[in-house]
Ligand binder design. Structure first.
Ligand code: UTP
Length: 297
């Protein structure tokens, strides 16, 4: 049965080791893409998709993330007094309603599946979204909104999917496609990080999901999967065994892997170039950099 999706889980309890030493004290999700922390992009996307309740699965050392969502009346007063209306509006647009956010602890980083499972008591028998904030997606219609629209037609379970080259299939959950219907594929199997050459297709799962409550029950029963972690992929794949529908959704947009240094830098360039207030100066700078580099070669 299809229901409205109003709750989203944001698993943010990972160690973020690829950004050490920064992540010794700064949660990865607070790191800044131009002038907004990664988590803000995720929240904006969720809001656009109609999400009303935001569940963060956090861990030790993430208090900066919790603080980020506090209102800042002193700062707002200062900006008001100084007539900085635009900044005031920017700040206010990040305010969250009281009670709209919940924080749940994952005491050990036992994997994405385990992180999602930690939120089980905050969900009733209802479908829910999962957003990984380090997958940032630039899109005209935000990715989760595209998925919510497709989900309203199809129901079942839906994962965001994108084509990856053969030599990258070992970095993702990969889809075994039953039927390719264009923007949506139906899925007959999923495998987490298969060896190169063993992936059932080139369609990789990335960090947006709409899942049925049954997936949470599957997580209850799961033992450790690939890499000793409790894999969300395995709990979704079980739904296929239960003869439930799982769909891959080819979203329209560009995804950046901001969990990696190269991806974060690429996103920084792309988002800066998309900003009217930065575009010209930044393009000039990049052009100069490239010509210096080319001249040196
Ligand atoms: P990653 O695989 O990127 O792991 O997790 P990580 O710990 O954040 O980063 P690295 O690999 O050490 O650099 C993908 C998402 O799942 C969350 C992470 O916070 C991130 O949003 N996650 C992962 C958890 O919440 N708990 C876990 O046990 C593992």
């Amino acid at each position: 049965m299809k229901k409205r999706v109003t709750k989203a889980i944001f698993p943010v309890a990972g160690l973020g080791t690829r950004f050490l030493p920064a992540t010794k004290s700064v949660p990865k999700e607070i790191m800044t893409l131009v002038d907004r922390p990664l988590i803000q992009y995720a929240i904006d996307e969720a809001r656009a998709a109609g999400i009303k309740e935001f569940i963060f699965v956090t861990s030790r050392g993430k208090s900066a993330l919790e603080d980020y969502f506090d209102h800042s009346p002193e700062l707002e007063n200062q900006l008001r007094k100084k007539g900085k209306t635009e900044l005031l509006e920017t700040l206010k647009s990040t305010n969250m309603d009281s009670g709209a956010i919940a924080y749940i602890r994952q005491h050990k980083p036992l994997g994405l599946g385990h992180a999602v499972w930690c939120a089980r008591r905050l969900l009733a028998n209802e479908p829910f979204a999962v957003i990984l904030p380090d997958d940032v997606i630039a899109a005209e219609t935000p990715c989760l909104q595209q998925m919510v629209e497709a989900y309203a037609e199809l129901g079942g379970n839906m994962v965001a999917a994108m084509e990856v080259p053969d030599n990258r299939t070992n970095a993702y959950g990969m889809l075994d496609v039953k039927e390719d219907m264009g923007s949506v594929v139906s899925v007959k199997g999923m495998v987490e990080k298969p060896k190169i050459g063993e992936a059932p297709s080139n369609l990789a799962v990335i960090g947006r999901y709409i899942l049925s409550p049954q997936v949470m029950s599957n997580l209850n029963k799961l033992k450790s999967g690939a890499g000793g972690e409790i894999q969300l992929t395995d709990a979704i794949a079980q739904e296929i065994e239960n003869s439930e529908n799982v769909y891959g959704f080819r979203f329209r947009g560009q995804r950046f892997d901001c969990g990696s240094k190269a991806g974060f830098l690429q996103a920084t360039v792309a988002f800066a170039m998309a900003r009217e207030d930065l575009r010209d100066e930044f393009t000039d700078f990049l052009t100069d950099m490239l010509s210096v580099r080319n001249a040196a070669q």
